[in-house]
Design a protein around this ligand. Structure first.
Ligand SMILES: N[C@@H](CCC(=O)N[C@@H](CS)C(=O)NCC(=O)O)C(=O)O
Length: 184
């Protein structure tokens, strides 16, 4: 199994965690923008190859890994919905991060302001739902996201004590601790 990605991406990290949970043999191939543009129609990481299978999104990759080991990706519709909401928050946060890096003034544009508002509302939702979190795909993805925002210093999580507690709980899982982004 070949997983194409980076050691910092929260999407790639979730795939690595799923693979480590099953002690699956895989190779992470570090992939930059130029390589992902050539290797995936989505021009993003992760993408994945195994025998004649090629997958272009962390959602299909994780589903494939779980099913390969006789499990489902999400046990309930509620878990799936939470997972998608975390994806929404990650997408907006990464978009703002990349726009800012490319010189866009994200505070001056009404659409980027809406993205910032979306992120805040998602975080408030996660905070209010934190008591129900489990170490399943929704909970894992949330932990990957929270650790990434801290790593990139994108958001101040101090106003979300339940999310900080969830992140601390996640650190207890070896597959989460072992996939932490490298020191900047
Ligand atoms: N929906 C995709 C999102 C992947 C994604 O946004 N990856 C980021 C890295 S964390 C990326 O490669 N961005 C490059 C770009 O947008 O050009 C997934 O779940 O795999």
């Amino acid at each position: 199994m070949h997983l194409y990605g980076s050691y910092t991406s929260p999407f790639v990290r979730h795939c690595r965690i799923a693979l480590l949970q099953y002690q699956a043999k895989f190779k992470l191939i570090e992939t930059d923008y130029q390589q992902s543009a050539a290797g995936s129609a989505a021009m993003r990481v992760p993408y994945f190859e195994h025998q004649d299978i090629k997958l272009h999104d962390s959602m299909s990759i994780i589903r494939f890994i779980r099913e390969l080991h006789g499990h489902r990706m999400c046990e309930t519709t509620a878990e799936y919905d939470l997972l998608l909401l975390v994806n929404t928050a990650i997408d907006s946060t990464i978009n703002l991060f990349l726009l800012e890096k490319s010189g866009v003034d994200i505070a001056a544009n009404s659409y980027t302001q809406r993205q910032s508002q979306r992120i805040q509302q998602c975080l408030e939702h996660f905070e209010s739902a934190a008591e129900q979190l489990k170490w399943n795909d929704a909970g894992i993805r949330l932990a990957c996201y929270l650790d990434w925002v801290q790593y990139r210093q994108r958001l101040d999580l101090r106003q979300y004590p339940a999310l900080i507690a969830w992140l601390e709980q996640a650190q207890q899982y070896p597959e989460f601790a072992d996939t932490a982004p490298p020191a900047a």
